[in-house]
Design a protein around this ligand. Structure first.
Ligand code: PLP
Length: 342
């Protein structure tokens, strides 16, 4: 019988391969011992990265930023030293994409506490790293891109940074998302909006959130959220397009009077919200402007959800965000230059 990794990473003509501690191996070799501390205590950091098909071949979106966040997550978790650095992990991602032969895929690096650590510290244990890729299409469903999705306001509070640090994609943070998302789906919604410890809007279970009102984009400040790389990309694009973008505390009722609400994340990409449940009012609040979503549609057309070659001058400048998956190369500057004044 095929392993779960073999099933998930199947789908191309090339034999399945994963990157494990610096080597490409068949998934069957990338198995963990039952007594792996990461499995018991959630001591692991991970990333989710997308590789897109372009006319120049598969290209990985903001690879360096993702790997840097992975290393930051590991540092937040307390690791002082890791066996792999930025270049090795970034090259590992490219190697797996090449080995699998996918034109478009999702890349999942993970650093985990492989042994030691039963005394609840990372200091006595050893970090391991692995990278898998698979084809992952529309995370929030095929219709989400066109129709938007329905969200509830979750009764589960987002982590306070003094409980579980939210700047880090630590595996142990995610049961919080799993609780909220499971409940949301069981209630018949597609996604859950989570509030922070102060009751202000934080983010969704795997996406950041934006509100558009009178042509101005508002998104919650970094305090209690994961600083999404898609969020940063959208803020950059929106400012280029002349929108005012502010990071400020967002109250729940600001969602209800917004012209548009959309969410951003690597897996989901850029998805509009079509309904938000108001909870105690026991009725659904429906975005009035769901037919015309000017800011959202414009941003999506300019953004990475659109084929990269078709979106014009600004996106060509943003090509520095894409890394050719076919080459091992040192990384160029991450942030694209500001748009040239017309
Ligand atoms: C909790 C949470 N917020 C936001 C995001 C969006 O981050 P990014 O755009 O970097 O994928 C993610 C996904 O990684 C997430 O898990």
């Amino acid at each position: 019988m095929k392993t779960l990794s073999e099933q998930m990473t199947a789908g191309s003509v090339a034999p399945p391969r994963m990157w494990l501690n610096g080597r490409l191996v068949p998934p069957a070799e990338a198995r963990l011992d039952f007594l792996t501390p990461a499995l018991h205590y959630g001591i692991a950091a991970f990333e989710g990265i997308r590789c897109y098909r372009t006319v120049r071949g598969p290209a990985i979106f903001r690879l360096q930023d993702h790997v840097e966040r992975l290393l930051h997550s590991a540092r937040v978790l307390g690791w002082r030293e890791l066996p792999f650095g930025l270049d090795e992990l970034a090259d590992g991602c490219k190697q797996v994409v090449r080995a699998r032969g996918f034109e478009e895929c999702y890349i999942r690096p993970l650093i985990w506490l492989g042994d030691g650590g039963w005394n609840l510290t990372v200091d006595a244990g050893k970090a391991h790293a692995g990278i898998a890729v698979w084809e992952w299409k529309a995370y929030l469903g095929a219709a989400a891109l066109e129709q938007g999705v329905r969200a509830n306001i979750s009764p589960f509070t987002r982590h306070h940074p003094n409980v579980m640090m939210t700047k880090a994609k630590i595996s142990g943070n995610y049961p919080n998302s799993v609780l909220a998302k499971t409940e949301s789906l069981r209630l018949g919604f597609d996604e859950a909006i989570m509030l922070d410890g102060q009751g202000m809007v934080a983010e969704c279970t795997g996406e950041n959130i934006f509100v558009v009102r009178r042509g101005r984009l508002v998104t919650p400040p970094p305090g209690a959220i994961l600083e999404g790389i898609t969020r940063d990309s959208i803020m950059t694009l929106a400012r280029d397009l002349g929108y005012e973008v502010v990071e400020q505390p967002l109250s729940r009722d600001q969602l209800y009077i917004a012209d548009e609400v959309f969410v951003t994340g690597t897996a989901a990409e850029v998805i509009g919200l079509r309904e938000i449940q108001t909870g105690q009012f026991a009725r659904e609040w429906i975005l009035e402007n769901q037919a015309g979503r000017p800011a959202f549609d414009k941003l999506r057309a300019e953004g990475k959800a659109h084929p990269i070659e078709e979106v014009g001058r600004r996106m060509r400048e943003l090509m520095s965000w894409l890394r050719d998956a076919r080459k091992d190369s040192s990384e160029a500057p991450r942030k694209p230059r500001p748009a040239a004044q017309a």
